[in-house]
Write a protein that binds this ligand. Structure first.
Ligand code: ASP
Ligand code: MG
Length: 403
């Protein structure tokens, strides 16, 4: 017998038909002799709708009340799913955050789960019951309702898998799993069978958003194996675990891209110690996340150009801070928002020589100019002209044997 946490996302509980469908998935698991804890999201779009309603009252809607409001979406799906299972003659019961309780720490709308009472639910599982738990929420030590940040049902599923010592944690969603690149753009994209936590994090922060990143980080920290799979097919999903469990036959696992970066070049800055620090210190104090940085070699030993990237929606803030910075002298600030970041990600890269040069050669064969580069152990990213994104992804996907 296996103890399973099954998490169902918003689209999987988006209609009554779908709730009945997942009730059948759960029933099958239970008839196979497994103990099931189901974690549910709110119906797709529900949380957004609630946020919108609160905004109509005030853009600065009280955070405590916002948590009470937002947590209601999952309360609805919990009860509907439990009722659907009971109709199928399964012994099911829903629990709300305070009934368990799911204890959280941290601010309203951004709390994290620290503990949970397991006794009642374990007893119920032992009596052949299916427990249904709302994702995305908990209760603070003062008894206040809290939520875990958007997409937080994944965090609930991972926390439950850990605290209940489950054997598996399956994330049911509306895609088949994690793909080697965006399947909507590149039809030859392939579903990845196994992927490490680190690779998953790199791929998801770069666009393949299948799971909340912080939930993947928690799973990594406690070594909780995950599986992402589709609610709507029987196909196998993508298994996510630690790198040691994976044999890398390929150097690159996936090609990701994002179009929310912008490039800024400051020309004619003095080439002397302390200048870079003077440029970036105020940006970091303003919480602006600088991604790639390049400094050209100065040809006259006096001045140089510094190029860096920030998120596109932070570009005006960034420019304002640069212009108000009295510690730096420069000629000009040039911005380019029509850029894209394309990355190859793979834990197999470490042990394969020549990946870097193959990426650069492939891009040059396509006539693509590289505007900035950054590397880490399992990722190599370049900034290129936005218009060339698709041809870059296609080419890289092919030359690294992913088609
Ligand atoms: N319903 C919440 C949201 O939309 C939590 C989740 O779906 O994971 O953010
Ligand atoms: Mg979700």
């Amino acid at each position: 017998m296996v103890k399973k946490v099954l998490k169902f996302g918003g689209t999987s509980v988006g209609t009554i038909d779908r709730i009945q469908h997942i009730a059948n998935i759960i029933k099958k698991e239970q008839l196979n002799g497994n103990k099931v804890i189901a974690v549910v999201s709110a119906m797709a779009g529900k949380t957004n709708e609630l946020v919108k309603m609160s905004n109509e009252i005030s853009e600065e809607f009280n955070k405590r009340e916002l948590d009470v409001l937002l947590s209601s979406g999952e309360q609805v799906t919990c009860a509907l799913l439990s009722g659907a299972l009971i109709k199928l003659k399964i012994n099911a019961q829903s629990w709300l955050n305070w009934q368990i309780p799911i204890l959280t720490e941290g601010d309203h709308t951004n709390a994290r789960i620290v503990n949970m009472n397991v006794e009642k639910i374990n007893k119920f599982l032992d009596s052949n019951g299916v427990a249904i738990i709302p994702g995305f929420q908990g209760i603070s030590k003062n008894g206040e309702i809290t939520t875990l940040g958007r997409g937080g049902s994944d965090a609930t599923a991972v926390a439950i898998a850990k605290i209940f010592n489950a054997d598996t944690c399956e994330i049911y969603t509306d895609v088949d799993g994690v793909f080697s690149t965006d399947p909507n753009k590149i039809p030859v994209a392939k579903k990845i069978e196994k992927i490490s936590y680190d690779e998953m994090l790199e791929l998801s922060s770069l666009g393949a958003k299948v799971m909340q990143s912080s939930a993947v980080q928690t799973a990594m920290m406690y070594d909780i194996p995950l599986e992402v799979r589709s609610t709507f097919t029987d196909r196998k999903g993508t298994k996510i675990f630690s790198q040691e469990n994976i044999d890398y036959t390929k150097s690159v696992t996936g090609v990701a891209y994002s179009k929310d970066d912008a490039k800024i070049t400051i020309t004619g800055v003095e080439d002397k110690p302390g200048v870079a620090a003077n440029i970036f210190e105020p940006l970091s104090k303003a919480q602006i996340n600088v991604d790639m940085v390049i400094q050209n070699i100065s040809s006259d030993q006096k001045t140089t150009d510094i190029t860096f990237t920030v998120k596109r929606d932070e570009i005006s803030k960034t420019k304002k801070i640069l212009k108000e910075n009295s510690k730096i002298n420069y000629k000009q600030i040039i911005q380019n928002e029509k850029v894209a970041k394309v990355s190859i990600v793979g834990a197999g890269m470490v042990s394969t020589p020549g990946v870097t040069y193959r990426m650069f050669r492939a891009l040059s064969d396509e006539g693509i100019n590289i505007l900035a580069i950054s590397t880490s152990e399992i990722k190599l990213s370049v900034i290129i002209d936005e218009e060339k994104t698709l041809s870059a992804i296609k080419k890289l996907h092919t030359i690294f044997d992913l088609d």
